[in-house]
Design a protein. Sequence first.
Length: 337
Amino acid sequence: MIVLGIESSCDETGVALYAAEGGLLAHALYSQVELHARFGGVVPELASRDHVRKLLPLIDQVIDSSGINKADISGVAYTAGPGLVGALLVGATTGRSLAWTWGVPAVAVHHMEGHLLAPMLEADPPEFPFLALLVSGGHTLLVSVAGVGDYQVLGDSVDDAVGEAFDKTASLLGLSYPGGPALAALAVKGDPARYRFPRPMTDRPGLDFSFSGLKTFALNTWRDSAQTDTERADIARAFEDAVVDTMVIKCRRALQQTGLSTLVIAGGVGANVRLRERLGELMSAQGGRVCYPRPEFCTDNGAMIAYAGYRRLQAGQHEGLSIKAIPRWSLEDLQAV
Ligand code: KG4
Ligand code: ZN
């Protein structure tokens, strides 16, 4: 079985081919970051139009580079949600139509399931059950994972997602969009003892997250400071330390609550080095294991969608002829495999 995977939920066009024998055959990504940078965030209509321009050439490129023929493809997986509806519709329409043309099944993939299963593309993949910390531009989720499609959401963000908080804080410090990686790079130069930011919602029980207050805290600290490069780096450091600390506290709590001993970190913020280090320390102190995808598969990509689709198609799941685009969609609504 060879599955073509298509990702177009936000500002990245991703395409990949995953094979039952051979694993990941080829993948390619086109990022729209430059297109949206001058607006300081993703402009949905521009995103949709750019997916239209880039998707088919990217599919051709991936098939060519894999060395297989179109006729060898036995299924198509596309991101059906959550995400921007116009952007989703491009991948969904293209994926469903190609599947129809080729006479193969199509499967609608949940974007966060893609992130959650991405570590399975690596050597020594995690085994079920595990706890997943999904941290992206749109989500902050703690999920108890019993198997593919068998998810219980233990914690969610009550306001800004963690990636969004990184991006907004970066922006107020004058860093360009998307600011997460730039803020993390700046934080390395910051003095950890200069400022201490709160660790939101850690002083009460529960596993939910709230990061919008931290962004305001950063804004006020920046306004009251001398606004030098040193201050900027110190604030970046204080912000990152607070976010990472908060996530470590919540993960420790969730592990205690569930008795799980494997932790998966996925989603764009999962590329954050400090977060990986701290969660690695937590898991080794507890005698457990931490697994994450390589950094390029932390952020949006087609490989994770091809893989998630492969797992569902292999289990006999697929859609009818309808084109599915579901902008808001809970992981808990998925069918178990
Ligand atoms: O998963 P993703 O590519 O897209 C969504 O599904 O949202 O995540 C993108 C988010 C952005 O907010 C970006 O700033 C953040 O991940 N990000 C980071 C890092 N790399 C990407 N945040 C903190 N540190 C990083 N190294
Ligand atoms: Zn994502």
